[in-house]
Design a protein around this ligand. Structure first.
Ligand SMILES: NC(=O)c1ccc[n+]([C@@H]2O[C@H](COP(=O)([O-])OP(=O)(O)OC[C@H]3O[C@@H](n4cnc5c(N)ncnc54)[C@H](OP(=O)(O)O)[C@@H]3O)[C@@H](O)[C@H]2O)c1
Length: 316
């Protein structure tokens, strides 16, 4: 029988010691992560990526790029690729662009940014402002074409999606899409999904926030639209809910050794999901999150059990 000592291997990363099962570490180190195909092209992406609002953007503002460099290096060196950003996330796009250029890793990153010169009280998009924002994104990233650009939060779809369709026709962006993380706007999101030739959506989904699974995720499957999952931890909500509690032993059967892996594997098991992009400012958490892309994913019965467990906890 394996002892705990045999089972666990200590990894020191960016000054922090974390424990990972050897098989998991081996799989992460070899870049052997679960992949999903983008429906419109068949191109495969690792199922866990990195978001850049929340703590990532706070750190980007601090002018200390070392920690973020470690996070991005961890993503790339362990087989991850998808990086979700936006001009609206403070300094994230700019700082991450510099880091990726310094690491000479442009080709390894699937760069997903957004267009948002409209919406949330800003009214109609000024096409000149939209083009200027896109020019800045191209400069920051140093990648042309950019992998994915989405209209942020459904802002002025006729103007902004029109610009993205032109950009795609010019070969300057490989995939286009639209994002929304508000349940109240899901019917607008569904309309865009039905009417526009998009490759991706970005939408919220978590073990305790399953509204998108009712209509949006099945629709994405039907229409062959890829899905990036946002706010997989409810930002701080799920962390508060499980605070002080251990991951159940039965979760190890499908390879979830931490709460992050439990939360991400729940999401990744949905067949509509192309990639999950949790934000982090810590390299050890990046590695932990990538661990969710290793091994098994829970079946439907297990997913129901995961929901029951979380729903039984006091809400945050
Ligand atoms: N409308 C839109 O387009 C839209 C809206 C919302 C979000 N998004 C995208 O989705 C991404 C993810 O959503 P989010 O950033 O709002 O929230 P989130 O990913 O649900 O949660 C981020 C939080 O989880 C913590 N965390 C990450 N990994 C962890 C781990 N392994 N263990 C413990 N804590 C961990 C982070 O802190 P640490 O730094 O300490 O790890 C941070 O506080 C965003 O960054 C953004 O790229 C898009």
């Amino acid at each position: 029988m394996l002892t705990r000592r045999d089972c666990l291997k200590y990894v020191t990363l960016a000054g922090a010691a974390i424990t990972l099962q050897p098989r998991m570490l081996e799989a992460i180190e070899s870049g052997d992560l679960i992949m999903r195909a983008i429906p419109s092209s068949g191109e495969k992406l690792p199922i866990v990526g990195l978001g850049s609002s929340a703590t990532f953007s706070s750190l980007a503002r601090s002018e200390d790029a070392t920690r973020l460099r470690n996070v991005m290096r961890t993503l790339i060196e362990h087989g991850g690729a998808v990086f979700d950003t936006a001009p609206a996330y403070g300094a994230s796009e700019e700082v991450a662009g510099k880091i990726i250029q310094e690491l000479d890793a442009k080709k390894k990153i699937f760069w997903a940014t957004k267009l948002n010169v409209a919406g949330r009280g800003r009214g109609a998009a000024d096409p000149a402002a939209a083009r200027a924002q896109l020019d800045r994104s191209f400069q920051r990233i140093g990648k042309d074409p950019i992998d994915l650009i989405q209209v942020h939060n459904l802002g002025d779809i006729p103007t902004q999606m029109g610009i993205l369709k032109d950009l795609k026709a010019e070969g300057r962006v490989r995939y286009i899409g639209v994002t929304s993380t508000r349940t109240s706007r899901y019917s607008d999101l569904a309309k865009v999904m039905r009417e526009e030739p998009i490759d991706f959506i970005g939408v919220d989904y978590a073990v305790d926030n399953r509204h998108s699974a009712e209509m949006i995720l099945p629709l994405a499957q039907d229409l062959g639209i890829g899905v990036l999952i946002y706010i997989p931890f409810g930002r701080t909500r799920l962390w508060r809910r499980v605070s002080g509690r251990n991951v159940p032993a039965w979760a190890q059967e499908f390879g979830a050794h931490s709460w992050a892996q439990f939360f991400i594997k729940y999401i990744a098991a949905h067949p509509a999901v192309t990639a999950v992009t949790p934000a982090t400012s810590k390299a050890e958490n990046m590695l932990d999150n990538l661990g969710a892309a290793v091994g098994e994913l829970p079946d439907e019965a297990t997913r129901r059990r995961m929901v029951e467990l979380v729903e039984a906890l006091p809400s945050a």
